[in-house]
Design a protein around this ligand. Sequence first.
Ligand code: PMP
Length: 377
Amino acid sequence: MMPRSVLSRCAPCMLRPLEVPFRYLFGPGPSNVPPRILAAGGRPIIGHMHSEMFGIMNDIKKGIQYAFQTSNNMTLAMSGSGHTAMECAVFNIVEPGESVLVAINGIWGERVAEIAERMGAKVHTLFKTPGGHFTNAEIEQALAKYKPVLFFLTHGESSAGLVHPMDGVGDICHKYNCLLLVDSVASLGAAPLLMDQQNIDILYTGSQKALNAPPGTAPVSFSERACHKMFNRKTKPVSYLLDMTHLSNYWGNDGKPERIYHHTGPVSGFFALRESLAILAEMGLENSWSHHTEIAEYLWKGLEDLGLKLFIKDKDLRLPSVTTIAIPEGYDWKELLAYIMKHHRIEFTGGLGPSVGMVSKSLSRRHDNAAFNYMAV
Ligand code: PMP
C-alpha cells in the first residue's frame, strides 16, 4: 500500500507570504497597471466557454478593431504574450519552403527571422544597424528580388526607440503580391497606426505596454487577403495551439453557430484587456497619441537639458512610447540602471539584442488617462 505521508517537504519559501515590491516601471514593458484595470483582472473567474465570457470576447474584438483602426472580422486576442501573436502570424501565413522577407533593425526582426527559419521558410533579410530605418525604395527592391509571401516590419522598434514610417509600405507589398506583417507591441496607442488605411495585412500588439494591461494577452488582426492565404494552405500550421482555424472558431469569427473548446483562455487576462481597451476607447486614439507625444517631448527636453544625448536623432523617428538614451561615455550602463533601481525604485532597461551596450530605454504609457514616459538606457 502507498504510504499516506509525503516523502519530501516543500521548501520554506513557500510557507512565507508572497512579496511584491512597488516599482516605477519605466522600462519598455510591462508598465504599471492602473487600479481600474487591475480590479477588472481581479473579478471572479467565470468559465472560458460561458456565454458571458463570449460576450466579453466580442467586446474585446470591437475594442481591438478600434485600436487597430480596422474592420477586419478576423480580429481577436491571443492567449499569450507578443511572441505568441508573432508566431501565430508566421505559422499560419507561411508554409515550409515559402519565401519570407524580414526587415531587421533591432531585435524584433531577428526574432521573426528565427521563427520563420524554424518552421522551414526561406528567410531573406533587409538589414540596418539599430536606429536605422528602411526607405520604400529599399523595400521595393528587396520585394522584387526575393518575391516573398510575407514581409515583416516593426512599427515601434523598442530595442532602438524608433518608430518606422509606414506610409506606402502596404501598397508596395500588394504590388508584389506579398502580405505585410507589422509588429506594434511597443507602439500601439502611442504612435499613429491605421491598419486598414495603411494596407497592413496582419497586425499584432501586446497588452502590457501602452495598453497598460498585465502581460499575457496579445491582440492580432488579419485582413481578408491574409485570411485567404492562411485558410487555403496545403499543409497544416506547425502549431495546434496557434492554428487560426481553431482560434477563429473560439473567437466566434468563423461564422459557425457553435464555439468548440480549443484551449482554456486566460479569463482574468481577458477581463483586464477589455478594461484597458475600454479606457482607450473612452480616451480616444488621437488623445492617446498626443498624450504620449507631449510627455515624450517633455522627457526628451529634460534629458537633453541634463546633457544626455538621445539615441534617435530625428525627432520624427523617435518612438513616443520608448525613449532611448545614448550611454554617456565612461559610464557602465548596468551600474547606472542598478543605481536607479536601488535608490529610486525606477526600472529603466538596457538595449536588447543588437542594441545592447548602445542605449538605455524608458517607456511612455497611458496611466489613468495620463501619459508617462518610459526610458531605455
Ligand atoms: N515586439 C516588440 C516591439 C516588443 O517591444 C516586444 C516586447 N518587448 C515584443 C515584440 C515581444 O513581446 P512579449 O515580450 O510580450 O512576448
